[in-house]
Design a protein around this ligand. Sequence first.
Ligand SMILES: [Zn+2]
Length: 158
Amino acid sequence: MVRGKGGAAELGTICEGSLGEHGFIPVSLLEGGHTMYCPKCGSENTEQALFCAKCGASLKAASKPSRVLFGERAQIPPEIRGWNWGAFFLGWIWGVSHRVWVSLLQFIPIPLVGIIMAFVLGVKGNEWAWDSRKWDNVGHFKKTQRNWAYAGFAAAGV
Ligand SMILES: [Zn+2]
């Protein structure tokens, strides 16, 4: 009777020890890897959940490292700096396509505003376009801007 009890206890100890020590089961599973905590309200959700069951906050966005995202946005490659002829000639048309909404200021019916905005877009266009749209790489960006420049020259009749 005593021997049997001891045997069972010993078996349990061995099992517990072998799980932890030899890592047969990933530690994340043992420590609740199936759950994640809502960054907004702190309630527990399943790992697969896209939204918090309690408050509805997006859980996928929270799991993304936002630090990297901001780093990308803040970093403007030196190669893309420079005058943007497409933005200069095509103004708001270029602006809408590149989500550079400030270009819509060209609609303000004040003399010179349109011309001033054209120059501002020419100078800042590349930076703004790089920030506001997703580009595969610098080459993709430059190629696209070159096409816009050609279109701009064509539209201006240069
Ligand atoms: Zn929540």
